[in-house]
Write a protein that binds this ligand. Structure first.
Ligand SMILES: Cc1cc2nc3c(=O)[nH]c(=O)nc-3n(C[C@H](O)[C@H](O)[C@H](O)COP(=O)(O)O)c2cc1C
Length: 173
């Protein structure tokens, strides 16, 4: 069976921790883990199923003109990928308590960039059970990726991931 490529950034912290949990739940033999920094278009092209993991660290770290930002570099790679027959899913780390007005915004930012490239993004998540005011990750009433809050609800992550992987499977991811 074709492997799923899990690409995440930043390299250390909660996004990385969750990448490992997702790999364990999917089966380590059927997944490859990589930081976004260590990848390029040819690596991305070698997978049909890709999971991207991102944390929201403020718009300055994302929408910036910092050419050397890992995600900015990653976007240049995304533009070179042949997206035909590829499936993508997104998970995002955030903090509902300290950033209730921008909870997991980065899920939405990444989603929009993928949509600009006509990429099929799988795995929407209902916002039931999350406490926040606003999120750019919420589009037409659903999160367009899996929100996780390791700062406040780490105990909920394994089940949220499990449910999401079931949803992905049902969608034919
Ligand atoms: C400077 C800074 C800004 C942050 N901004 C947001 C934010 O806008 N929205 C949000 O949901 N979480 C925000 N967070 C919380 C992080 O997304 C959260 O702690 C996440 O788990 C970090 O993942 P990482 O350790 O993989 O970087 C911010 C954290 C920091 C340190």
């Amino acid at each position: 069976m074709a492997k799923t490529g899990i690409f995440y950034g930043p390299a250390k912290g909660s996004v990385a921790k969750v990448a490992t949990i997702i790999a364990q739940q999917l089966g380590e033999d059927s997944t490859d883990l990589s930081t976004i920094k260590d990848c390029d278009a040819s690596i991305l092209n070698s997978y049909e199923k890709l999971i991207f993991g991102i944390s929201t660290l403020g718009r300055n770290n994302w929408d910036s003109e910092h050419e050397d930002d890992d995600w900015d570099v990653f976007f240049t790679h995304l533009k070179e990928v042949n997206w035909k027959n590829k499936r993508v899913a997104i998970y995002g780390l955030g903090d509902q308590i300290n950033y209730p007005d921008n909870f997991v915004d980065a899920i939405g930012w990444l989603y929009e960039r993928l949509k600009d490239l006509n990429v099929d993004v799988y795995g929407p998540v209902a916002d039931k059970g999350y406490q926040y005011n606003d999120s750019e990750g919420l589009i037409d009433g659903v999160f367009v990726g899996l929100p996780l809050d390791e700062d406040n609800e780490p105990e909920k992550s394994p089940e949220r991931i499990r449910d999401w992987l079931v949803e992905l499977k049902q969608e034919g991811f």
